[in-house]
Design a protein around this ligand. Sequence first.
Ligand SMILES: Cc1ncc(COP(=O)(O)O)c(C=O)c1O
Length: 393
Amino acid sequence: MLNIGQIPALEKIRTPFYYYDMDLLKATLDALAASASSHGIEVHYAVKANVDERILRMISSCGFGADCVSGNEVLRAAECGFRPDNIVFAGVGKTEEEICNALKVGIFAFNCESLDELAVLNDLAGKMGMKANVSLRINPNIDSHTHKYITTGLYDNKFGIAAHEFDAAAAMFRECPNIVFNGLHFHIGSQIMDVEDVFSLECRRANEIAEYFESAGLSVANIDLGGGLGVDYADPDGSPIAAFDRWFGTIDANIDRKGGRRIHVEPGRSVVAQCGTLFTKVLYVKHGERKTFLITDAGMNDLIRPALYGAYHKVENVSAKFRGDASEKVYDVVGPVCESADVWGEDRVLPETGRGDLLAIRTAGAYGQVMSNRYNLRDYAGTVYSDSAGSGK
Ligand SMILES: Cc1ncc(COP(=O)(O)O)c(C=O)c1O
């Protein structure tokens, strides 16, 4: 829960800034670890969700692995305490430099996304006198019932290797001396709320595909089912910790662990979303012809999810909570960027709000700060951690 007791200190900090509740992050990691161990599942945190150094160090200190989608993420994960042999590297467009660097780091496995990439992995590993451990990222053609832009497991998506190339992929492992078959990798989408249906289907499809590769003479020692568990954007305080038990219970009940197969997952959003809040001040209240606008000093460059995906983030007026204001009004809450898409929310019911009020844009810890940019030449938002509140940059 957002610790309102700290707001007076926070009100003095230059806005906008990202605020991370490190106690909530720790509680989330403890719940994740307990649930994963009780279901025999290995966790690689999806670094793309948030690359903040303190967050990465806390996650690595709990013994989790890392899932990376660029060479720089691999290097950062290693720098922030993740064991190299616990790092996996996916991504449809790995460059030769990124592949060589990851080989040097000594990662656990490449999650290979195309036959072309498989040939390059074999070639580069050979030139370096090494063997590359490779899982095949599969496109299982499963609809994860989520937003179009975060659906990744359908044939129309660019990710993974589809069924018509399985024979050729298996043959390449038999013929290429420098790639070692590690197993299968899937990641079918993000913010999945239909947990039982979607993940049980993913497991059943993974079992069938594993059977196929085993029958082609390749031992499937690892199945990585990717990330995707959704979080509650509407009620962050009601469900601050994601439903790890439902997710892992579904996997446990449906995945085939034949021959002691290791099962891995790659959660990102469900680990860090709820611990992050974007704080912003109201610059102006504008009474339009039809609407009343609250114009904030944070914009879509600080948090692009609403503009990019039409994503919902709960907005709260924390100054009004502190004042104890009761009367409410309807506002469109908008950012300052010169784009009509720079909107936090339309027709939001908030306590009567004035210039200078501090607003909290909740559930901003995942795909928030990491996607920020300097559009309009705006400055980056600062960072404040709950255990050192008041020290914002
Ligand atoms: C390959 C891969 N693994 C894991 C994740 C993490 O997904 P999520 O944040 O939904 O858990 C992503 C994100 O889309 C991804 O691309």
